[in-house]
Design a protein around this ligand. Sequence first.
Ligand code: FES
Ligand code: FES
Length: 171
Amino acid sequence: MSSRNLQQGDVPIVMTINGDRLELHVSPWTTLLDLLRDHLHLTGTKKGCDHGQCGACTVLIDGRRINSCLVFAVMRDGAEVTTIEGLAKDDSLHPLQEAFIERDAFQCGYCTPGQICSAAGLLAEDRAHSREEIREHMSGNICRCGAYTNIVDAIEDVMAQEQSQQKAKVA
Ligand code: FES
Ligand code: FES
């Protein structure tokens, strides 16, 4: 994974991205989204509106979902970032990735990395306990193909899996 050539005014930062600790030099105005896509070639994270309106650029920063187009990279010096490329472990897809495939929760797929990262953040927040709450808390992620019903189905499946795993641990 490589960054671009050093330029005047660049700021040194350290970021752990998908488990790799990287020492980087970035312009103060470089967004996290542009750092990921243009400098590090992690193009799974998508640029839609570039204005915080669509959710296509959603990644996890220190476990919390965030629109990477709204964040300057220098503001997150020291952060741990997880993108769609970092969700699978070894040869196993993340349960949300499996569920999106199983539920056919995409058409063109452009919004999908953001949807899945956002859903991972939502499950960690433990704020959604029904279809309606999933819809509400995922409302920042727009799908122009209108795959919303299947997206909610996929998230609901993983939410149910997690709940049954927790019950099994308690029992
Ligand atoms: S590209 Fe970031 S919210 Fe649309
Ligand atoms: S699957 Fe096409 S925008 Fe969501």
